[in-house]
Design a protein around this ligand. Structure first.
Ligand SMILES: [Fe+2]
Length: 467
């Protein structure tokens, strides 16, 4: 029937020597049978057979009904198959999209690995997923980053304890570990409770490599489709990881360059040496005193370090002029917030800091530069930097003037409240100074007391002679 694609009707099965011996017929006592192929396009994909325990005539109506049922069943089977294939494709697509999206939006490598691992486990309905990123240093396989699944491995050298990983990376072949084969790997799995895992090794550029793995808590092995999906997703993920690493390297080297430029500027000029660091420190404390959260306060600290980076673009003869600045010189100097913004803005992840740097010379009453923003139109972070910067500048020596004593600088800050400076920020800033002064006084008092206090005389103890 399947071979020829024809329907078969046996009204008295006992007269057919082969069918009468079949297990179904003997077991069920079937005496008549009608069978029809399930046909889709020009292929036979199965057969429908119905039987009766009576030897009966199979009428034309019976034959039409069986033919109709065969069509309904064929349609249902094909629909189910198409749905399955479509669902699989959708999962594959959504997982791939998720991963490339994760690569673009996540900053840290650790976060990216977590994101990929989580999404892989979710999209593939796996119980566990983990990623190890290695850096090959002088033949050692140092674990540089991991997702949470392997967090205990960070910083370890896996070249000796885990020969399996080395071999796997050398061969570039996916490994399935299950049963006792998983034992050597179990110590690395953070007690994930998985019973079988698939590990996909991927070599990356610059001596790096990663192992991407998914695991099941059941004993079942991975089927062909799952393995193909795991491998596709792993290679796609490896690309995202590689891009993120490249990006991070670029960014770090850029940031290091910017920081070393700031230091270079300050080193050339004894008067501004350490200025940025002090501004950064005071601005962070002020932010915390205003109840700004720690993470944001750290961003303000960073902006403080970088706030004058735009001075790189100002000629040294103006920047280090030993006399008062002419209006032209002053106009050149006024370009430094914009130049700083232009340096920092292209660095991904520093956009917020670039904006703070751009606005650090804006004034509360709108008389600042470069845009003449006023009040709350100026970023709060920039208003904080402005107070710290003004105070630090007043209390430092300049070639053309001596530094102001702290108490006079405080008076100046109070005087500038509501004009140059945001009054609320200035108040918080002054409270930070008070607190620091109080602490210093307390410490000094303690020191003086300790000095003044006569040392207690050692008590006389009776000497006993050792027998
Ligand atoms: Fe500045």
């Amino acid at each position: 029937m399947a071979q020829e694609g024809r329907s078969v009707y046996l009204e008295d099965i006992t007269s057919d020597p082969i069918a009468s011996q079949s297990e179904t017929v003997v077991g069920l006592g079937v005496k008549s049978v009608a069978g029809t192929p399930l046909r889709y396009e020009d292929k036979v994909i199965g057969a429908l057979t119905v039987g009766s325990t009576d030897a009966k005539t199979i009428s034309d109506d019976d034959r039409t009904l069986i033919g109709y049922m065969a069509n309904v069943i064929t349609a249902a089977v094909i629909k189910a198959q198409l749905y399955g294939a479509e669902r699989e494709n959708r999962i594959k697509l959504s997982a791939l999209e998720n991963i490339s999206e994760a690569g673009l939006t996540t900053l840290g490598i650790g976060e990216l690995l977590n994101e990929i691992a989580e999404r892989m486990a979710d999209d593939m309905s796996m119980d566990w997923s983990g990623i190890i990123l290695f850096n090959n240093k002088n033949g050692k396989m140092i674990v540089e980053h991991t997702s949470n699944g392997y967090s205990s491995l960070k910083g370890r050298d896996l070249s000796k304890p885990c020969k399996a990983i080395n071999d796997m990376l050398a061969q570039g072949k996916t490994q399935i570990l299950t049963g006792s084969g998983l034992n050597q790997f179990k110590p690395y799995l953070n007690n994930a409770g998985v019973k079988s895992i698939a590990l996909v090794p991927v070599n990356l550029r610059q001596g790096r490599a990663c192992v991407i793995s998914v695991g099941k808590k059941s004993n079942g092995l991975f089927n062909k489709k799952e393995l193909s999906l795991i491998e596709t997703l792993s290679h796609r993920s490896a690309l995202a990881i590689e891009n993120a690493l490249l990006f991070l390297r670029l960014e770090n080297s850029y940031l290091e360059t910017v920081e070393s430029l700031v230091k270079a500027i300050e080193a050339k000029d004894e008067y501004t040496s350490g200025h940025s660091e002090q501004v950064a420190d005071l601005a962070r404390s002020t932010a915390l005193a205003m109840g700004i959260d720690k993470e944001k306060a750290e961003r303000i600290y960073m902006a403080g370090l970088l706030h004058d980076v735009g001075k790189i673009g100002i000629p040294s003869r103006i920047l280090y002029k030993p006399s008062r600045l002419s209006p032209d010189d002053y106009n050149s100097i006024k370009l430094h917030p914009t130049k700083g913004y232009e340096i920092l803005e292209p660095i991904s992840g520093l956009e917020d800091i670039a904006m703070m740097v751009l606005q650090h010379h804006e004034r509360y009453d709108g008389s600042g530069y470069p845009s003449g923003l006023r009040g709350e139109g100026i970023l709060l972070e920039a208003r904080i930097l402005a107070v710290a910067d003004a105070y630090q500048a007043m209390t430092s020596n300049r070639p053309y003037r001596k530094r102001l004593p702290v108490k006079d600088a405080k008076i100046e800050i109070r005087r500038a409240m509501g004009t140059q400076l945001d009054p609320e920020v200035a108040r918080a800033f002054l409270s930070v100074l008070e607190k620091r002064a109080g602490l210093k006084e307390y410490r000094d008092r303690k020191k003086t007391k300790a000095k003044a206090k006569p040392k207690p005389k050692p008590k006389k103890t009776k000497k006993t002679l050792a027998g």
